[in-house]
Design a protein around this ligand. Sequence first.
Ligand SMILES: Cc1ncc(COP(=O)(O)O)c(C=O)c1O
Length: 347
Amino acid sequence: MHIYDLDTPAVVIDIDVLERNIQQMAAHCKGLGITLRGHTKSHKNPAIARMQVASGSRGIVCQKLGDAEVMAKAGLDDILMTYNIVGRQKVRRLTELARWRKMTVTADSEEVVRGISDQARIDGVRVGVLVEMDTGGKRTGVQSPEAAAQLGQLVMGLPGLELRGLMTYPSLTSGKAFMDAAVEKFHELGLPTSIISGGGTGHEAISKQLGCTEHRSGSYVYEGLSRISRNEDLDPQRCPLRVVTTVVSVPTRDRVIIDGGMKTFRLFPTYPYGKIIEEPDASIYGMSVEHGHVDVSKCSRKFKVGDRLTVIPLYQEGVTNLHEEITGFRKGEVELVWRVEGRGKVR
Ligand SMILES: Cc1ncc(COP(=O)(O)O)c(C=O)c1O
């Protein structure tokens, strides 16, 4: 079946492009001499996680426990959770996972590590810990190398925990002094640095310069070797994820309406919304909840109700999280259907 024969709106992935993106990032990291750890947040799909691992990713990264549970059930192991795990329910789910999977978490406070340690001790499991540093990203992370060392020492003394090293996000050149000082303090105190983890698609070489042993990338599966922020970058040779839509109305010569709006692409989607492969001169200029508004005034073709238009969305992982199924195709022909098993798993 051709992807134009699918019921729409249909989220589809060009498997050839996906495979190329995955292999290119693996080769890029290998060339830099840094271990890749593939993030699963963009696709939330165990089949794609397995492709990342098969191409050379060491283990995987998950942002939420719900994703980690899906991946663990599907057979993936060596899971790094780059999120402070807070609260009784979550800590229990983490130690449950640690019974049968190698689990490592990042943490930036005493409360977080004590909470995990208490439950890990009761359950008789070990959870790996990386101390998260805020080396310029201004999100989570300890605020100084001294604080990193202090938290590292605390982790070393707590039951059920195994200190494995340090982590930062994103990898920024301006964070080098912080990182160097933290690593030095860890060495002085005899704390382990077997993992120094950096991250962010496009920041691989920076991780290497910072002395990281591994790099976490996720967006590369859909975007290639660097992040996309402009419609001009939405090249079908680079972006495997698309949404096939149907023209449901041609109210005027200049405007067509497609059957995908905010509930297909993203609530409050980022402008510019995306690129229409068949009509590069068309421009999606607005979205209501279930309608996409397309300006076709610059197109020479005459549109009719029933035409199919394929959109490469600007914010691809936002699209993934809205859909239960994604169809994989090669050369236009449907090959398989994946369930987005981590969809909506925000806990
Ligand atoms: C902690 C952490 N590591 C790695 C990544 C991967 O970054 P990218 O999506 O740029 O590949 C993210 C992205 O949100 C992240 O939050």
